[in-house]
Ligand binder design. Structure first.
Ligand code: NAP
Length: 249
């Protein structure tokens, strides 16, 4: 068991995949989890599962690409949760395409959802953390942000941006015992990668670049993220952890 002192976490993209696994893992450790996703059904399902298992959770549908919606959500949550100690910026989308075929809309949507969302959530929730002199922020980036990936200029730029954001804020918040780290998944089996995983030809090609020769599970990301949110990780900040079967060495 990790140590959590009556903490409350907000996890974005908690309706499915990696975010759902992170929300459930934190809840099993006794953390109260605010599950955010775009659709109410999605985050509602995760929160209902946590409650049914005896944990503490709340669901909130928020479009993280909309800064005003995030501000409103934080205001509403403040009435029920005076302190949110842990923030996991996990919500993300891909809109892949080679640069010459990529529309400005696909660029903007990916930057807004993956990167600008981190700016809004962290600005609003980071201030009370710094005042309380305790906080944990984990940004879920990607191996694409670490190594680049043809066909993902928008996504790689957003994910690399999250890494710079993580390192800068780690320095800004360090004096207040608020740690900021990033986790960079490789190919993890979720809805985002179903298309690749289910194609024998594509998955064989991808696995050539994965030394461990298999796709990861959402739980692989959730376990490390929970550790980075716990008391035990208090001397770790500004780091990027690759959880990718050895892809980015
Ligand atoms: P996923 O299965 O597609 O789930 C994405 C989650 O993000 C969903 O809950 C979705 O909400 C939420 N979301 C998307 N756009 C949103 C928006 N505008 N507002 C609020 N919520 C939004 O994705 P995943 O594979 O778990 O990925 C999670 C994170 O890990 C992402 O940041 C992704 O880039 C990163 N990552 C994934 C992989 C991988 O191999 N899977 C690899 C590297 C990095 P709804 O449920 O309501 O649609």
């Amino acid at each position: 068991m990790l140590t959590f002192k009556n903490r409350t976490a907000l996890v974005t993209g908690a309706g499915r995949g990696i975010g759902k696994a992170i929300a459930e893992t934190l809840a099993r450790q006794g953390v109260t989890v605010i599950c955010v996703s775009k659709s109410a059904d999605s985050c509602g399902g995760t929160a209902a599962g946590i409650l049914a298992a005896g944990g503490k959770a709340k669901a909130l549908a928020v479009d993280v690409a909309d800064g005003a919606a995030i501000a409103k959500a934080v205001e509403v949550l403040g009435q029920e949760f005076p302190m949110i100690d842990i923030l996991v910026n996990n919500a993300g989308i891909t809109r892949d395409g080679l640069l010459f075929r990529m529309s400005e809309l696909d660029w903007d949507d990916v930057i807004a959802t993956n990167l600008t969302s981190c700016f809004h959530w962290t600005k609003l929730l980071g201030r009370p953390m710094t005042r309380a002199r305790w906080g944990r922020i984990v940004n879920i980036t990607s191996v694409s942000g670490v190594m680049g990936n043809a066909g993902q200029a928008n996504y790689s730029a957003a994910k690399a941006g999250m890494i710079g954001f993580t390192k800068s804020l780690a320095r800004e918040f360090a004096g207040r015992s608020v740690t900021v780290n990033a986790v960079a998944p490789g190919f993890i089996k979720t809805d985002m990668t179903t298309e690749f995983v289910n194609s024998a030809e594509v998955s064989a090609r991808i696995l050539e670049s994965v030394p461990l020769k298999r796709f990861g599970e959402a739980a692989d990301i959730a376990h490390l993220t929970a550790y980075l949110c716990s008391e035990e990780s208090s001397y770790i900040t500004g780091q990027v952890f690759n959880v990718d079967g050895g892809m980015a060495m």
